[in-house]
Write a protein that binds this ligand. Structure first.
Ligand SMILES: Cc1ncc(COP(=O)(O)O)c(C=O)c1O
Length: 433
C-alpha cells in the first residue's frame, strides 16, 4: 500500500503541484485497497464468480424478496436487479456518464472535467473533500453567513479552521469576501475556499460583473498560495432573473491559474428534487481517463469504502431511469418556474416592509431569502424565531445575531405575503418591548 500511496501522490504532483500540496495527511494516506470490492470488480462477468458477499441466484442476479421488489416495479428488469445489489464503489458507470453529460451542457471542450464520482448526497461529497483537503489548521474561507453544516464537515470532523468575511457589505454582495478572509494567512500556506452559488442562506447568484470580480479575486489569492475552490453547486440552475447567469462558476475557474483547483460538488437533491435519494457527485477539473483522475478516484473510493461502504444502488437506479426519460428537463423546468413565482411573491411582499426594522439582502435564485434585523430595533433573530413559533404559528431559521432565513421553496406562493406580514408583526411586537 505504501508503494500505491507514493504512486498516487506522484501522479497528482505531476498533474497539479498545487493540488498535491493541498492534500491533508489523511488525503495523502488514502488509497483504494486491493481487497474485496477491487477483486470483485475485476471478477465481474466471470462464469464462476465467488468473490463478493451478496446473495445472488448463482448467475449474478439478485434474489429479491417479492415484498421488496414490488416497490421497484416501475424500473425495467435489469435496472431493478441493479437496485437490489451493491453499487460499484464509485457509482453506476452509466449514471456517472449521464450526469457528466448533463453537467457539461453548454460547456466548451477546452474545460476538462473528470467522470463524477457518486456520493451519498452532497453532504457526503463535501465530507470527502474535507477529508482529502481539510485537516488540522487548514484555513477554509467562506463568506458569512454560510450554510452552518460546513462547520461540522470541515471544522469539527477534520480540525480545519473556518475563516470568514461578510458576504454582504452595504447591502451588496462582497466579491472579495474570500480574499479578505484569507488576508492574514502567511503567503504560501495552502487554503480552501467555499463558493456556494446560488447561496444558502442568501438565495444569491452573481451578476455578470460580480462573477468577473469574484474570479479575479480568487485568482489573486492563487497568486499567493495553493487554493482549492469547493464549488458547492447544490442549487445549480434555480435562477429566476434573466440577467443573472445560471451556469456554475466552476467552469469559469477550470484552467484559470495553476495554483487554483476548483472541485464541483453537485447532485440530484435540489437539482432534480430528489431530497431523500441521497445522490451527489464530486467532479475535478481533469481529463477523464487521465492518471490524475484515477489517483483522485482511488483516494475517494478508499474514503467511500471506509465511511459508507458503497453508494445507494436503489436511488442511483431511480435517478438513472429519470435521466434517461426525455420528460425530465421539462419537469425540472416546471419546478423552476414554480419557485420563480414564489420568489416574485416573496420579493413583492418584502418590497413594502418597514426598512427601519428589517432589510432584505439581495436575492435572485435558489431556495431562500435572507433578512437582516436592524440593530437599532434591538431584536435578535433567535428571539424573533421563538416569538414567531409561540405567537404567530410561523417557522423561520435564525442565524445569529440578526439574520433570518426564509425558505421560499417550502411555502406556497399564496402564503408568502401572510408569512411576511406575520414576521413583521412579530418584529414590531418585540421592538416595542
Ligand atoms: C449549500 C448546501 N450544500 C449542501 C447541502 C447538502 O445537500 P444534501 O442534502 O444532498 O446532502 C445543502 C442542503 O441543504 C445545502 O444547502
Amino acid at each position: 500500500v505504501t508503494e500505491l500511496v507514493d504512486r498516487l501522490e506522484a501522479q497528482i504532483l505531476e498533474a497539479s503541484p498545487a493540488l498535491a500540496r493541498l492534500l491533508s495527511p489523511l488525503g495523502r494516506r488514502a488509497a483504494f485497497p486491493p481487497d474485496i470490492p477491487f477483486q470483485a470488480a475485476q471478477a465481474q462477468g466471470t462464469t464462476f464468480n465467488g468473490t463478493i458477499g451478496q446473495i445472488t441466484d448463482g448467475a449474478g442476479r439478485p434474489v429479491p424478496l417479492p415484498s421488496l421488489a414490488r416497490g421497484l416495479e416501475g424500473l425495467e428488469v435489469s435496472l431493478r436487479d441493479r437496485a437490489l445489489l451493491y453499487s460499484p464503489v464509485p457509482g453506476f458507470p452509466e449514471l456517472r456518464a449521464s450526469w457528466r453529460r448533463r453537467q457539461r451542457r453548454g460547456v466548451s471542450d477546452d474545460r476538462p472535467s473528470t467522470t463524477p464520482l457518486v456520493t451519498v448526497g452532497l453532504t457526503h461529497g463535501l465530507a470527502l473533500v474535507a477529508d482529502l483537503f481539510g485537516g488540522e489548521d487548514r484555513p477554509i474561507a467562506v463568506p458569512s453567513p454560510f450554510w452552518g453544516n460546513y462547520r461540522q464537515t470541515f471544522e469539527l470532523r477534520t480540525g480545519a479552521r473556518i475563516v470568514s468575511a461578510p458576504a454582504y457589505v452595504d447591502g451588496r454582495y462582497n466579491c472579495d469576501a474570500m480574499a479578505q478572509a484569507l488576508a492574514d494567512e502567511p503567503p504560501g500556506r495552502p487554503a480552501v475556499a467555499i463558493l456556494n452559488l446560488p447561496s444558502n442562506p442568501g438565495g444569491y447568484s452573481l451578476t455578470r460583473d460580480e462573477r468577473g470580480r469574484v474570479i479575479d479575486s480568487l485568482v489573486a489569492v492563487a497568486d499567493q498560495r495553493p487554493l482549492l475552490v469547493v464549488c458547492d453547486d447544490a442549487y445549480a440552475g434555480l435562477v429566476y432573473e434573466e440577467a443573472i447567469p445560471s451556469a456554475p462558476v466552476f467552469w469559469d475557474l477550470v484552467g484559470r491559474h495553476p495554483n487554483l483547483v476548483p472541485v464541483k460538488i453537485d447532485g440530484a437533491t435540489k437539482e432534480v428534487s430528489f431530497f431523500g435519494g441521497r445522490v451527489g457527485f464530486v467532479t475535478f477539473p481533469f481529463e477523464p481517463g487521465s492518471e490524475v483522475e484515477a489517483a483522485l478516484e482511488s483516494k475517494l473510493k478508499c474514503l467511500v469504502r471506509a465511511g459508507v461502504g458503497s453508494p445507494v444502488a436503489a436511488s442511483q437506479a431511480l435517478l438513472l431511469a429519470a435521466l434517461e426519460n426525455e420528460d425530465l428537463d421539462s419537469e425540472v423546468e416546471a419546478i423552476r418556474l414554480e419557485l420563480g413565482r414564489r420568489y416574485r411573491a416573496l420579493r413583492d411582499a418584502l418590497a413594502g416592509i418597514d426598512r427601519e426594522l428589517v432589510s432584505p439582502l439581495p436575492f435572485n435564485s435558489g431556495c431562500f431569502a435572507l433578512l437582516e434585523l436592524a440593530a437599532r430595533a434591538g431584536v435578535t433573530s433567535e428571539a424573533l424565531r421563538r416569538h414567531l413559533l409561540d405567537h404567530h404559528d410561523t417557522g423561520v431559521v435564525a442565524i445569529a445575531p440578526r439574520f433570518v432565513r426564509v425558505a421560499l421553496c417550502s411555502v406556497a406562493e399564496r402564503s408568502l405575503p401572510e408569512l411576511v406580514e406575520r414576521l413583521m408583526t412579530g418584529v414590531s411586537e418585540l421592538a416595542a418591548r
